[in-house]
Design a binder for this molecule. Structure first.
Ligand SMILES: [Zn+2]
Length: 175
């Protein structure tokens, strides 16, 4: 296991408005309140979808319009927040883990598209979905693993960089 560092992109504030949803971290408007699987299932249910998380997942996979539109918004929000993390960590790639990226065929493309305007031109890095095995501990959250740049891209290497930065929105606050 390479050196890693865990961040909490799930608790980046993305909604500062009066309707921002409360978060488990006791603040409100966190990314996790909008883009985690639980938040998406709840929003879907409140928008007229019928059922629980499993029903939301099934609906999304079946192309349900409300579910898909919630996932589009989530991808945009994840990408916007990821841009900030990428600016800081300057990884070689971003790997999205957890359930959410599996619910929409172009989720990672949408995340990347939302991320790009917020990063440097040199940081047009690949965003991909985790393979089985990358997912340990990732379920339930908004999770991105950021792999270090390869040796063929040495210009951004720094002795202070962790070899791998793990950024996760999975709930870790007070639990
Ligand atoms: Zn929070």
């Amino acid at each position: 296991m390479p050196t890693s560092r865990r961040g909490e992109i799930g608790h980046f504030t993305v909604d500062r408005g009066p309707d921002a949803l409360p978060c488990r971290c006791e603040r409100s408007g966190c990314l996790e309140t909008l883009a985690s699987i639980d938040a998406l299932a709840k929003a879907w249910s409140e928008a007229g979808g019928f059922g629980d998380k499993a029903d939301f997942e099934a609906a999304a996979l079946a192309g349900d319009e409300a579910a898909v539109s919630l996932l589009h918004l989530a991808a945009e929000q994840v990408g916007t927040v990821l841009a900030l993390a990428v600016l800081v960590a300057d990884p070689g790639e971003v790997v999205l883990a957890g359930e959410v990226p599996h619910l929409l065929p172009d989720f990672t493309e949408r995340v990347q598209a939302a991320m790009l305007p917020g990063v440097l031109a040199s940081q047009n890095i690949p965003v991909r979905r985790a393979q089985l095995g990358d997912e340990a501990g990732a379920l339930g959250g908004v999770v991105a693993l950021m792999a270090q740049r390869q040796a063929s891209q040495p210009m951004k290497e720094s002795p202070l960089s962790p070899s791998r930065l793990v950024v996760t929105g999975a709930p870790r606050v007070g639990y």
